[in-house]
Ligand binder design. Structure first.
Ligand code: HH2
Length: 264
């Protein structure tokens, strides 16, 4: 799943694809690089982000969703708002990527797929003091309850996502990644998004050895390592900014040997 943020303030690509032509060009290049889905978002949910008004979010995402869907691209809409989800589905989106895990009934009503992602708290304050007694157990229970209810309500495809970085310390994120098998074992397809996130910055540090987190544009190796880990441990999809290297890693994991010479 390739990330397409049509926002002025997303943490890694804010402002780069606000213009329709630039957004479409980037989406097309991600599809050419191997993305199966383009995830269009008009509200940043990075730590500290402020909420966006309904009209602004719709104005940002709808033209992009419509143009991509018209081109036959599978579009997911990254939103927490039922109204945005509804309008995006009318415009051609077929998956609701919901970081609030609250739109299952909307997906049922619209007959489209739904990603239930776990978050603790709201973006504005979620990283202040994330607390769990048992992070893996709590996140799992939160998601499975909602996902099972959505399946029972008739949602055609229900994904679960542990919500890396959403009200979680680096240790929480690592525990969730270490126990992805428990999410996979639920039988719901698992989506994981680690791409360029802050905990990778803290783990990597700067390449010049300074005791500082790696900046957002220096987290590719960490993003790839975690995406590879997720795929190798059964995640059905990874949400990434850097599609080409991730698609290459996916090919290697799939282990399909390509050779022009059958005798080789
Ligand atoms: N992460 C972000 C946004 N949406 N959706 C799912 N399902 N899983 C994630 O991990 C996830 C998500 C945050 O990343 P990004 O879109 O790059 O940044 P921003 O929220 O600043 O736009």
């Amino acid at each position: 799943m390739g990330v397409l943020n049509v926002t002025p303030d997303s943490f890694s690509d804010g402002g780069r694809f606000s213009d329709l032509a630039a957004a479409l060009a980037h989406a097309r290049s991600m599809v050419a690089d191997g993305a199966d889905w383009i995830d269009v978002g008009g509200e940043s949910t990075r730590p500290g982000a402020t909420p966006v008004a309904l009209e602004d979010e719709q104005r940002r995402v709808l033209p992009v969703v419509e143009a991509l869907a018209d081109e036959g691209v599978a579009v997911s809409i990254d939103t927490r708002k039922a109204e945005v989800a509804r309008a995006a589905v009318v415009a051609g989106a077929t998956l609701i990527n919901d970081v609030s895990a609250s739109l299952g009934s909307v997906a049922a009503e619209l007959g489209v797929g739904w990603v239930a992602m776990h978050a603790q708290g709201e973006p504005a304050s979620m990283q202040r003091a994330p607390t769990y007694l048992d992070v893996v157990g709590e996140v799992l229970e939160h998601l499975v309850t909602r996902a099972d209810a959505a399946v029972a309500a008739g949602v055609p495809a229900v994904w679960i996502d542990p919500g890396i970085g959403f009200g979680k310390t680096a240790a929480h994120n690592l525990a969730l990644l270490a126990h992805l098998d428990r999410f996979v074992a639920t039988g719901h397809p698992v989506l994981v998004g680690t791409s360029r996130k802050a905990f990778l910055g803290s783990l990597l540090g700067t390449s010049d050895g300074a005791a500082q987190p790696a900046p957002v544009d220096d987290r590719l190796e960490g993003s790839l390592a975690t995406a590879t880990w997720a795929m190798a441990n059964g995640a059905a999809m990874v949400r990434v900014h850097d599609v080409r290297p991730t698609a290459q890693a996916a090919l290697v994991i799939a282990g399909e040997i390509i050779t022009k010479d059958a005798a080789a």
